[in-house]
Design a protein around this ligand. Structure first.
Ligand code: F6P
Length: 319
């Protein structure tokens, strides 16, 4: 193998830059020519290739976002789009591709692998919804951002003795809500994986009030539905007034934590080693502290269940 390429695709995540840096520098260390593809799969289709040298990834390890830019490419979902992308990879002599992104990006990686390009996926998404890895790149930074926000909201919630709904991202997955809720000491965590009952939430708030609790924080995953709607239901059906904060895209930005930088560095380097070992259609994942690799199609068929013990713990500690 002489030439590889790297791209980031889908929602950006803090730590993607550290992963790009690891791919580029490991590739150069192994005497490979490395291309960066600008704007993910869309850039593959539009032939946006850029030769990367060691200094092209200097001064980015601490930056959020992605230096290679990203996109959600509709065209790549079509066979015609994928043919164009494949043709451009071949014309640049690219034999191996590292795709940094979430499950949609991995589905694209699987297509390219079947067309004949060696592809390795690196899980980069704040949602932590990818099976075969305990953590995805960006998740740790995102939950730290949420915890910081909860701390601030709690100050004002306590001062005014208010009930607060904090809506967090995660698409169909409740990991951001669960872990930030646990770390932030939230009274209730609503996740799409578990059913919940508004009446019980109201009872819990009232029990807390009777014990002298001055605030009540409910962390609500976007996957359970709009926090604004939940707030309206709580007021209209139970007479419980709540304030709502939707954290939105601030969860995607910011300087990556040390954990995310280290994870990204390890995963990015391992992806290049996998390519050099002749592996394809694999993703790298963190399991028991080690970076391992798994079949992408196998991973895409799994559902990453919520950690049940952690979910129960969040309930126990917030009685
Ligand atoms: O997958 C990352 C994510 O931030 C999800 O948590 C969220 O649902 C989605 O992307 C938002 O996507 P967009 O930035 O395209 O609106």
């Amino acid at each position: 193998m002489k030439t590889i390429a790297v791209l980031t695709s889908g929602g950006d995540a803090p730590g993607m830059n550290a992963a790009i840096r690891a791919v580029v520098r490991t590739g150069i260390y192994k005497n490979l020519q490395v291309y960066g593809v600008i704007q993910g799969y869309q850039g593959l289709i539009e032939n946006k290739f850029k030769i990367m040298d060691a200094s092209s990834v200097g001064d980015i390890i601490h930056r959020g976002g992605t230096k290679l830019l990203t996109a959600r490419s509709e065209e790549f979902r079509t066979p015609k789009g994928r043919e164009k992308a494949y043709g451009n990879l071949v014309s640049h002599g690219v034999e191996g591709l590292v795709v940094i992104g979430g499950d949609g990006s991995f589905a694209g990686a699987s297509y390219l692998a079947k067309m004949g390009i060696q592809v390795i996926g690196v899980p980069g998404t704040i949602d932590n919804d990818i099976p075969c890895t305990q953590s995805t790149i960006g998740f740790d930074t995102a939950i730290n951002t949420v915890v910081e926000a909860i701390n601030k909201i709690r100050d004002t919630a306590t001062s005014h003795q208010r009930v607060w709904l904090v809506e967090v991202m995660g698409r169909h997955c409740g990991y951001i809500a669960l872990e930030s809720g646990l770390a932030g000491g939230a009274e209730t965590v609503l996740v799409p994986e578990e059913p919940f009952c508004l009446e019980n939430i109201v009872k819990k708030v009232r029990r807390g009030r009777e014990r002298g609790k001055l605030h009540n924080i409910i962390v609500s995953a976007e996957g359970v539905g709009s926090a604004m709607d939940i707030s309206k239901q709580l007021e209209n059906t139970y007479g419980l007034k709540t304030k709502v904060t939707i954290l939105g895209h601030i969860q995607r930005g910011g300087t990556p934590t040390a954990f995310d930088r280290i994870l990204a560095s390890r995963m990015g380097a391992e992806a290049v080693f996998n390519l050099l070992e002749g592996k394809s259609n694999r993703m790298v994942g963190l399991v028991d502290g080690q970076i391992k690799d798994f079949d992408i199609d196998f991973a895409l068929r799994q559902t990453k269940g919520l950690d049940q013990k952690m979910y129960q713990l969040a309930g126990i500690l917030s009685i």
